[in-house]
Design a protein around this ligand. Structure first.
Ligand code: ZN
Ligand code: ZN
Length: 138
């Protein structure tokens, strides 16, 4: 199950929604199940890595879900599908993302603690979590 977090800029009124969690298409599963599917949900490099690692190790497990990220420089938010490849409890791989504008490595953010971010439209620090507009999705 996932959550949609709505943010609104109190200066220019721009709104954007960010997803966190697991949904129908993006969820956790054994690598063998993932590789049986015809559709590739992940980035082609991630897909290739899953294929390569599953030749080396048995019983790989893939955890995938939406996470909300923030650029440490621009303070702009984005949601991405984070993929983790696990062998038992050992983490073999975790997705990393870079900011579209400054190329800094994005940081996963705790959206419940983050009250203020930078508006992607007007670039003022007035982008706020709209608590009343949170939705659940399955
Ligand atoms: Zn704005
Ligand atoms: Zn940036």
């Amino acid at each position: 199950m996932g959550h949609t977090h709505a943010y609104r800029c109190t200066f220019c009124g721009y709104e954007e929604e960010f997803n966190r969690g697991h949904g129908f298409l993006i969820h956790s599963q054994p690598a063998s199940e993932y590789l049986k599917q015809k559709t590739r949900y992940f980035h082609y490099k991630t897909h290739r890595l899953i294929k390569e690692l599953s030749k080396k190790y048995n019983h790989l497990f893939i955890k995938a879900g939406f996470e909300v990220y923030i650029c440490p420089r621009c303070k702009i938010l984005s949601d991405k599908v984070e993929v983790k490849i696990l062998k038992d409890t050992e983490l073999l791989h975790r997705s990393e993302f870079r900011c579209n504008s400054c190329k800094a490595r994005l940081r996963r953010t705790n959206i419940h603690r983050l009250q203020m971010a930078v508006c992607p439209k007007c670039h003022k620090k007035t982008f706020q979590l709209n608590q009343s507009a949170q939705l659940l999705w399955a």
